[in-house]
Write a protein that binds this ligand. Structure first.
Ligand code: ADP
Length: 498
């Protein structure tokens, strides 16, 4: 009877991992999910794992994928009283990683990923039911079965549900463990209850303990209820989303799954973001030789029409939306200017915020510079040229701006929430330890008080240089995060084997 080895001994060193994501950089992107799905597989492959990726074949992916070879034709899924058929095509992403594109042109060969400017596609429920179920049907015939599926966000939320129900006894798929990651809790994939029939799942799942949510069908909830392990993109956000303030109505589900829920912070690409080799900044620099950063600051002041003086230059590169705490910046501005600060902001978003920052720039010419729009080059020159980087977010699942600014020795001033709280450490002048400055209350007074602490250090150039070096010595490359995912994959595989 006990001839099987103990499950703990059965998790091999080299894991087979399938990452399922509805967007992957560079093929298709609407948000941070695509960055993660593009970068994490490379880091996992770098650690020696057999990682592959699966996404829909949207219009235009060939531009980045090159020639695609049909791998599994005739993938059939019963849906809405008929059979929908797709094909798994195989291509390669960076580092030679196999990527499978699920082709079904009626669903995915469209102008947008989820909709157009007019709104979401009316059949998104059907499109992503097909995505989840066809991924598993295709996998059965691929000749390669992963030990763990890493499913992401609502679009892949039904994958763990199907594995635990319709495919529970499937000889090929039954043993696959799942890790489900939420990148943005605000997007849940909620559809009316009539769509339940299309899923092929029994109505017994349409309960508060299953995938029902206030009378509707909720894909994200499916992933959260049925995933073996759950993650989100920082430890603090993982705690925060279990509270009504941050839980978007799913806090109860997340509390129930608390033991399975982990936070793994996103990384950034340390080659793409490197002040020593960044072609967009006027002069390169390193932690050992910071002279170039002064040249970057002077050039940025000139580019933006800011007074050429040794004033502390605070940068911001951000979507102009409520989440980012921009009203605090507007309210704190007179106080910041009284402290001698210069502000350089690049962003686009809500018209009222664009207007307010435009007005501030007009009123304080030479002290406040605002550029509206998306500009990757200017963003880099701000990361390179500013002294501080301000992110007073109301909430922040992970945040990339503070990671980039640490890499560039541009000291983050942040609100202690989500990933900001996990990646920035308050500088202690006595110990000369820490990498930035933060504040907790969501008020402009707290922001101002935080800025004053930073400025007190800024006025001591040697201490400030020490702080810059501390920031630049941090490691938020993908490798460290990939190792955390691997240890969670192993844990999920062990749990699923029991
Ligand atoms: P979010 O994903 O919520 O917008 P993050 O901090 O996680 O916030 O990531 C935002 C990324 O987009 C950062 O790399 C930032 O530099 C970049 N970004 C935001 N707005 C702009 C802009 N207007 N121009 C160029 N880059 C921008």
């Amino acid at each position: 009877m006990t001839s099987h080895p103990h499950p703990e001994a059965t998790v091999p060193q080299r894991l087979r991992i399938l990452l399922i994501s509805s967007e992957v950089e560079p093929f298709a992107k609407t948000g941070g999910l695509a960055d993660v799905a593009g970068a994490l597989p490379k880091a996992l492959a770098g650690l020696g794992h057999d990682v592959r990726v699966l996404m829909p074949k949207y219009r235009g992916v060939e531009r980045h994928a090159g020639s695609l070879a049909p791998r599994v034709p005739g993938v059939q899924v019963p849906i809405a009283g008929r059979i929908a058929e797709g094909t798994l095509l195989e291509g390669r992403m960076g580092a030679g990683i196999p990527i499978y594109f699920l082709a079904q042109d009626q669903y995915y060969d469209r102008e947008g990923l989820y909709g157009t400017g007019e709104g979401d596609y009316w059949d998104n429920c059907e499109r992503f039911i097909f995505f989840c179920r066809a991924a598993l049907e295709g996998l059965k015939r691929l000749g390669w079965i992963p030990q763990v599926i890493h499913a992401n966000d609502w679009q892949a939320g039904l994958v763990p549900v199907y594995l635990e129900t319709l495919y529970r006894d499937d000889p090929g798929l039954a043993k696959i463990a799942t890790l489900f990651t939420v990148h943005n809790l605000a997007y849940q994939g909620v559809f009316w209850h009539y769509d339940m029939a299309m899923t092929g799942l029994g109505w017994d799942l349409f309960t508060p303990a299953g995938i029902e949510y206030y009378g509707k069908l909720n894909f994200l909830k499916g992933g959260l209820v049925f995933g073996d392990l759950l993650t989100t993109v920082s430890r603090t956000y993982a705690r925060e989303i279990q509270t009504p303030e941050f839980g978007c109505g799913l806090e109860g589900v997340l509390q129930e799954r608390s033991a399975a829920l982990h936070g793994v912070v996103n990384g950034i690409d340390y080659e793409a973001w490197n002040p020593a080799s960044d072609g967009e900044i006027p002069k390169g620099y390193t932690a050992d030789d910071l002279k170039g950063k002064r040249a970057c600051k002077a050039a940025l002041q000139e580019e933006l029409g800011l007074a050429q003086e040794p004033a502390p230059l605070v940068g911001m590169v951000t979507r102009l939306v409520e989440q980012k705490g921009l009203t605090l910046v507007l309210d704190a501005l007179p106080g910041l200017l009284a402290e001698g600060v210069q502000l350089a902001l690049l962003g686009s978003g809500e018209p009222a915020l664009e207007q307010a920052f435009g007005d501030a720039a007009a009123k304080h010419a030479g002290r406040v510079a605002v550029r509206l729009g998306y500009d990757a080059g200017l963003a880099r020159r701000i990361y390179g040229g500013a002294d501080c980087f301000l992110m007073p977010s109301r909430y922040e699942p992970c945040g990339l701006g503070q990671l980039i600014s640490l890499r560039y020795g541009t000291i983050p001033l942040v609100r202690w929430t989500g990933g900001l709280a996990d990646t920035v450490k308050e500088f202690d002048p006595a110990k000369q330890a820490g990498t930035g400055f933060g504040f907790a209350p969501f008020t402009h007074e707290a922001l101002l008080e935080c800025a004053r602490r930073a400025l007190a250090v800024f006025r001591q150039p040697r201490l400030w240089q020490r702080l810059m070096r501390n920031a630049m010595a941090e490691d938020f490359s993908w490798e460290a995060s990939a190792r955390e995912y691997v240890s969670l994959y192993r844990k999920a595989v062990k749990a699923a084997a029991r």
